[in-house]
Design a protein around this ligand. Structure first.
Ligand code: SF4
Length: 304
């Protein structure tokens, strides 16, 4: 693939700093195209921990860079901009979670990885959108509290016999995607398979043929014999889907499915991050260790 001059400059800086570039599936295409690794936030961090690179540049949002810092304490984790927040992660704080825990003694807290390190540190175990049901079913208690995504909790509740209490948080990008938009897209593309992310509302998930995480959608589309897909998640994933499957067609069902925080980092920001070695993501060690325990408990849950 031909690189433009700025992409070339990023690659040169990466070599000079012995760094690797991680890009989330929702990042702009020009960043995904030059990344060493692309994927979901946890998968990227797990892979990054296994590399010999001294520096990790994380193109995603802040909680994702924090996850890399939790899993890779011996590496310098850089976030090219500090103003890359997340609506969902901001719906909960460690203090608010402590208050709720006090009201629910004996109820384990299952925290979606889309959360800040301090919140993970207050949790019994983490989960992803791909393994939430498995994680909840692995716990011995009959009741769990899932935070912060209400829609992921409601989806999980449908697939477990346990009582699932939830936090009133959501990803506004997925939550604003309506049933009417999904119906309209299905009517426009009657042959297409509708893939939806569990962060979507239940009435949208009811219309989906396939409910998957972003990584799950990539696997599904790759393996499917179908040629058309409606992609019910942030539209950045379509870049990776289309690149992997040039002969298949992918449709975005709603203009809402665009996360401004995920599109904020530019190639100039990445060059500055590498030149200045900024912005270093550091987690206080006590918080990191507690958060790591919650992540490791999740990773220890056996696969089906
Ligand atoms: S898509 Fe949603 S969960 Fe992901 S970073 Fe944006 S607001 Fe957060």
């Amino acid at each position: 693939m031909d690189l433009n001059p700025k992409q070339q400059e990023v690659r040169e800086w990466l070599a000079r700093r012995q760094a690797i570039l991680l890009a989330h599936n929702y990042q702009p295409g020009e960043i995904q195209d030059i990344a060493d690794l692309t994927g979901d936030s946890l998968g990227l961090s797990i892979e990054a921990a296994q590399t010999t690179a001294a520096v990790i540049v994380f193109c995603g949002v802040r909680f994702m860079a924090e996850t890399a810092a939790i899993l890779c304490p011996d590496k310098l984790v850089l976030l090219p901009r500090l103003d890359v927040g997340c609506y969902m992660a901001d719906t909960i704080t460690a203090a608010a979670l402590r208050t709720r825990k006090a009201e629910l003694p004996g109820v384990p807290v299952v925290t979606y990885v889309n959360s800040y390190a301090e919140v993970k540190a207050e949790s019994d175990i983490c989960c992803t959108s791909a393994n939430a049901v498995r994680v909840v079913n692995s716990l011995p208690e009959p009741r769990v509290l899932m935070v912060p995504d209400r829609n992921l909790a409601l989806y999980t509740a449908r697939h477990t016999s346990k009582e699932v209490l939830y936090w009133q948080g959501c990803c506004n990008i997925h939550d604003n995607f309506t049933r009417a938009e999904a119906e309209a897209c299905k009517a426009a593309h009657p042959e297409a398979i509708f893939m939806a992310h569990p962060e979507c509302r239940p009435e949208v998930l009811n219309l989906a043929e396939v409910i998957r995480s972003t990584s799950g959608m990539l696997v599904y589309a790759r393996q499917s014999t179908q040629s058309e897909f409606i992609v019910g998640t942030e539209m950045g994933l379509i870049h990776a889907l289309q690149k992997e499957n040039p002969d298949k067609r992918f449709y975005c069902p709603s203009s809402c499915l665009l996360c401004p925080d995920m599109k904020r980092i530019s190639l100039d920001d990445v060059i500055s991050a590498l030149r200045e070695l900024q912005h270093v993501i550091q987690i206080p060690e006590a918080t990191r260790l507690k958060a790591l325990t919650a992540v490791n408990r999740m990773l220890a849950v056996p696969r089906d």
